[in-house]
Design a protein around this ligand. Structure first.
Ligand code: BT5
Length: 315
């Protein structure tokens, strides 16, 4: 009902309680209660006797009503779950899968108390950032799982560009950098059988208006630091979801080549000398290719190495 009320008020004029009640087929008391709830969420709503209600301003909170309103997507973002605080949106995303969530369901939290990176690393997730996960059922073979991360990284880069004008560079496998510092990280968790992926939960963390933890000052950056002004998280999330919908459709239709091309246009890695740290190995070499499965092909001088995962350092 709240999304309908917001839609009816979106013109910026006063709308009477009677008219709202009539449209939604509920009592005026029910409308009044919803207005109270909206005000608690941060919506500024003027109410004048005999005139009705007027929406003065909307908060920058990624609640379902804000995200779904006007979001013209086919798969992504039809279902949005917003929380003020969660341990981790990825953990909640997996619960959603167990409960039979629709593909494209989104979980977003203002704060994460146990935000996670890869290999159980910590992800700092204070207020002001954009911390969210998307449930996907890609039906692709497990060895192509990396493509889900690639599609997601590209979509975040496109969203950031659209909303802020900034152009992040993708660093294989899952980082987005601005001026060499990490502005976003992607954590793709999946469940698979031998021949196909059952589900993936893609967790995306973007430093937007949040402060950066003191320990990360040398390596991390936020959009507000780079752009100099506050960024609407609602706008950014909607833009990322729009691009994700577009790009994920390519993956769904098996167009791996175009996913790879798109990724290349946002990553400047070919020809770079890098060091990749794996669980127990360290390999150095020059990047000659990213293959169809998203793996890094390195010319080590002694031969060719195909890297499936690891942490990259530019040399
Ligand atoms: C990542 O891991 O970059 C994946 C981060 C995914 C976070 C999202 S937020 C929504 C969803 N829910 C979750 O619980 N997680 C996902 P990795 O490549 O392992 O990088 C982790 C490292 O990045 C840490 O060890 C820190 O050095 C650094 N780091 C931590 N918090 C950061 C931040 N806010 N910004 C930039 N760097 C950070």
């Amino acid at each position: 009902m709240r999304d309908k009320i917001l839609y009816l008020l979106s013109g910026g004029d006063f709308v009477s309680g009677e008219k709202l009640a009539e449209h939604l087929d509920v009592s005026r008391t029910a409308i009044w209660k919803q207005m109270k709830a909206l005000k608690t969420l941060g919506y500024e709503i003027e109410s004048i006797k005999n005139k009705g209600y007027r929406l003065v301003s909307r908060p920058d909170i990624p609640i379902a009503e804000e995200i779904t309103s006007g979001l013209d997507t086919r798969i992504i973002g039809k279902e949005v779950h917003y929380f003020k605080s969660l341990s981790s949106t990825n953990v909640f995303g997996k619960k959603l899968v167990e409960d039979g969530a629709h593909e494209g369901a989104v979980v977003v939290a203002d704060v994460q108390t146990s935000g996670r990176g890869r290999k159980d690393r910590k992800w700092s997730s204070p207020k002001g950032g954009l911390w969210f996960s998307v449930v996907l059922y890609p039906h692709i073979p497990p060895h192509r799982g990396m493509l889900v991360t690639m599609v997601s990284s590209v979509s975040v880069a496109q969203g950031i560009k659209e909303v802020t004008g900034l152009s992040p560079v993708i660093k294989w496998p899952n980082d987005l950098l601005l001026n060499g510092k990490k502005v976003c990280g992607v954590l793709t968790e999946l469940d698979a059988e031998m021949d196909r992926i059952n589900y993936t939960v893609v967790g995306i963390g973007v430093n937007v208006n949040n402060s950066i933890d003191e320990k990360l000052q040398n390596t991390a950056i936020s959009l507000i630091q780079e752009s100099g002004s506050k960024i609407s998280r609602v706008k950014l999330l909607k833009s990322i979801l729009k691009y994700l919908d577009e790009n994920y459709s390519r993956l769904r239709s098996g167009d791996y080549g175009s996913v790879r091309d798109l990724w290349f246009s946002h990553a400047k890695i070919i020809g770079k000398r890098i060091r990749v740290k794996g669980e127990k190995t360290v390999i150095e070499g020059t990047v000659s290719e990213i293959d169809d499965s998203g793996c890094l092909i390195l010319d080590t001088g002694n031969g060719i190495a195909r890297i499936v995962s690891g942490d990259v350092e530019y040399l």
